[in-house]
Design a protein around this ligand. Structure first.
Ligand code: FA5
Length: 366
């Protein structure tokens, strides 16, 4: 008994005198470690008679509790002292000049938006914008999707709990097509615009993200036909990918706001795991990738937007900007676009001085 008392006192004294976390750990192992004297003393209880155990156990238990408490207290004190010392040691002089200057870069989506605007400006298109928080009239109804239209369900829309003062649902726009309506209502026909911007759908995998970017195109004039649409897209993609062998495939499709509707695919091959645009998608080693929807603007949409369908018609398209950025610059996971990882941005980002121009090349990388 006296043995335990004196051993405990010696241990408490050593713990109190420990000047580093390492020596404190040695003290802990010496007493409470698997082979420590307290642990060994506890083990002897198993071989005792019940009477002996009742007599011996409280002393060992209280020795263990006292040592554990002392270890905790000393550990907290040593840690606090160490933190104080570190804070005193690691000073930072904010008035010193930076060792490396901060280096930002232009995100590939922003770069591609500038490239698009440059190419379409050359084709006579103005850039239009619309709100990302839309009402369901502009996003759906005026695009020929009334409340019961099944295509509304295909968009996985994010709705707000509130409504507009005149009772319309408020939502995050699911595509850039409402800018068609806003532009036609604002400026009437003829019209030639592109509308790049953010759109939102509840969707997520390697090629779908809940927020992504589209560019809408709209041309309304007299005698516009599907041939103009194909020429415009082909001319755009040749300039964008800076190659002449771009082959587009227009596939019959359905959008409520265009009639007829066509889905646009571009031929590509895979070289060293990287998709390279060009060539016929059905050629050996090639495939087609969907990059957008398009068609002739439905007469009902013109009516909703106050344009006389007897006098005017036109085409519209909506392309996934992130998709064409991936194709041009060789990324394979769309989600990385929005992770904000500095290493990804340093690799795929552009110098702010690398402004896309038709004369210098829309895709030149500094
Ligand atoms: C539309 O959004 C139509 N508004 C396009 C349109 C405009 C058709 C004008 C006719 C006239 P769609 O849902 O297919 O269509 O989307 C168009 C493109 O956006 C797709 O081809 C794809 O490139 C891209 N896209 C769609 N969903 C996602 C997503 N979750 N993540 C990234 N890109 C997407």
């Amino acid at each position: 008994m006296t043995d335990i008392t004196s051993q405990t006192q010696a241990a408490l004294a050593a713990i109190g005198a420990a000047t580093s976390l390492e020596t404190l750990e040695e003290q802990r192992l010496d007493a409470l470690g698997k082979k420590g004297w307290v642990s060994l003393a506890l083990k002897t209880l198993g071989g005792m008679s019940p009477e002996e155990r009742t007599a011996a156990a409280p002393a060992i238990q209280s020795a263990r509790a006292a040592i554990a408490d002392a270890l905790d207290i000393r550990k907290a004190a040593l840690e606090a002292a160490e933190l104080e010392a570190r804070l005193a040691r690691e000073t930072l002089d904010l008035t010193l000049p930076a060792a490396a200057s901060p280096k930002g870069s232009v995100h590939p989506v922003s770069q591609v938006m500038d490239e698009l605007a440059e190419i379409f400006a050359d084709l006579g298109f103005a850039v239009a914008t619309g709100p990302e928080i839309e009402d369901d009239w502009h996003n759906f109804t005026a695009l020929n999707m009334d409340e019961t239209h099944p295509a509304r369900a295909m968009h996985d829309t994010f709705y707000f709990p509130d409504k507009t003062s005149d009772g319309k649902d408020i939502l995050l726009r699911t595509h850039t097509s409402p800018v068609q309506i806003r532009s036609m209502l604002d400026q009437g026909a003829p019209i030639r615009i592109i509308a790049p911007g953010r759109v939102y759908r509840s969707d997520s995998d390697a090629t779908h993200t809940p927020m992504f970017h589209q560019v809408e195109g709209l041309v309304i004039d007299r005698d516009i036909h599907l041939g103009h649409l194909k020429w415009t897209l082909e001319t755009f993609f040749k300039a964008f990918f800076e190659r002449e062998d771009i082959v587009l495939r227009l596939r019959p499709s359905y959008f409520p706001f265009t009639e007829p509707s066509v889905e646009v695919d571009v031929g590509y091959s895979t070289e060293g795991g990287r998709r390279v645009v060009g060539g016929h998608g059905d050629a050996p080693g090639h495939a087609w990738m969907e990059i957008g929807g398009s068609g002739m603007v439905n007469a009902r949409v013109l009516e909703f937007a106050g344009v006389d369908p007897a006098e005017y018609q036109g085409f519209a398209f909506g392309l996934g900007i992130d998709r064409i950025a991936m194709l041009k610059y060789g990324m394979n996971d769309l989600r990385a676009f929005f992770d904000g990882d500095g290493r990804w941005l340093a690799h795929y980002g552009f110098s702010p001085f690398d402004q896309p121009t038709l004369s210098a090349g829309v895709g030149a990388k500094a």
